[in-house]
Design a protein around this ligand. Structure first.
Ligand code: NAD
Length: 360
């Protein structure tokens, strides 16, 4: 069987530093996986004149999955035309070019980091996943225009049964690997797209009799997320609601440096192609100083192994090693309390590797 191929896009700022640690971990737990680096973002713009070179996009399309660091930084903030900016011409163009329609953002608090959660006591012990539809809804609906001499603006929200089914399947499959509860979030008391969403999700649920389905209105969901987030397992929702709810859920864990993400191209099968990246940006304020927390990227690599390569054991060993490292009190600067000692990016990578070597 051919070796699985992963294209690695280090990008800008802290991107190369955090990606390097994730590559070391991947090599340890899945030595047969081939990792090939390609340029993206400001680095690619400087190197070859494009934030997303054709050869990078082609390499991504030929691989089983993509691991990305982050793109952008002050050096490229004023580049003209805007299509050459790393975030627009690099990352957004990449996501579009790869046809990624389901975004997955886990929000999990590690007990050792509970104090960082804005919620009091055990309420902050969150372990949920937001599955967001990424290529439909109001962000893409036509018409989108100004009328009446610019005094009226119109955005259109469109959803098809196929788009809803596709993301619902991702959510139900994910719930099956977790606690078997899907919360579908909509605004069905007001919106026609939400009524179609609800009907379609209910039909998909019939294929998953072992998974419980509940519906929540988006305003209620936003409230429950801060009141009792532990009640959630998998939240599935449309593009705009997902944008807001995934950020809200992320903040419950208290640390940007800990949050992985995946964007999938659902194919009806068990192991879709996906782009995996930390939820944070390129953090130019700490770039090149060995201060970045690599855990979000290391956990993104674990998601890659589980979701796109079908290697749950390798993913588990990474996630457990991260938990144990934190329990031992190892902290990067962003996780350390005032006056508490901290380690650098590479040392955090070493600590995770050591745990994997010792306990598997
Ligand atoms: P950011 O996420 O890069 O940084 C926000 C704050 O969090 C900074 O203080 C930073 O030092 C800190 N931080 C982020 N990741 C960290 C980590 N792993 N370890 C320790 N601290 C960390 O967001 P920003 O400052 O708004 O954006 C900076 C640049 O990143 C901009 O050019 C922006 O366009 C780009 N950006 C890229 C992506 C992406 O590539 N997916 C996402 C967001 C922002």
């Amino acid at each position: 069987m051919a070796r699985p191929l992963v294209t690695v896009l280090p990008g800008d700022g802290i991107g190369p530093e955090v990606v390097e640690q994730a590559e070391r971990v991947l090599r340890r737990v899945a030595p047969d996986v081939e990792l090939v680096r390609r340029p993206i973002g400001g680095a690619a713009l400087d190197e070859v004149g494009s934030p997303l070179p054709e050869s990078t996009l082609a390499a991504c399309r030929e691989s089983d999955a993509v691991l990305l660091g982050a793109v952008g930084g002050p050096k490229w903030d004023n580049v003209q035309p805007v299509q050459l900016r790393p975030e627009i011409g690099g990352l957004l163009a990449l996501r579009k070019g790869l046809g990624l329609s389901a975004n997955i953002r886990p929000a999990k608090t590690y007990p050792a980091l509970l104090a960082a959660s804005p919620l009091k006591g055990d309420a902050g012990l969150v372990d949920l996943v937001v599955v967001r539809e990424l290529t439909g809804g109001i962000y893409f609906g036509q018409p989108r225009e100004r009328r009446e001499q610019g005094r009226v603006a119109v955005d259109t929200c469109v959803y098809s049964v196929e788009e809803i089914e596709s993301v619902a399947h991702v959510a139900f499959r994910m719930a099956r690997q977790r606690r078997c509860l899907v919360t579908s979030v909509d605004k069905a008391n007001v919106l026609e797209t939400s009524r179609l969403w609800r009907e379609t999700v209910e039909r998909v649920a019939e294929e998953f009799p072992d998974v419980q389905l509940e519906h929540l209105l988006v305003d209620n969901c936003a409230m429950q997320l801060v009141r009792n987030p532990r009640r959630f397992d998998v939240i599935v929702t449309e593009n705009l609601f997902g944008d807001v709810l995934s950020d809200e859920a992320a903040m419950l864990t208290g640390s940007l440096g800990m949050l992985p993400s995946a964007s999938l191209r659902p194919n009806g099968g068990a192991n879709p192609f996906g782009l995996y990246e930390p939820a944070h940006g390129s953090a130019p304020d700490i770039a090149g100083q060995n201060l970045a927390n690599p855990i979000a990227t290391i956990l993104s690599a674990a998601m890659l192994l589980r979701l796109s390569l079908g290697r749950p054991d390798a993913a588990d060993s990474i996630e457990k090693a991260v938990g144990r490292v934190l329990e031992r009190g190892v902290r990067t600067r962003d996780l350390a309390a005032d006056g508490e000692p901290y380690v650098g990016t590479a040392e955090m990578g070493n600590a995770v590797l050591r745990e994997i070597a010792e306990r598997g």
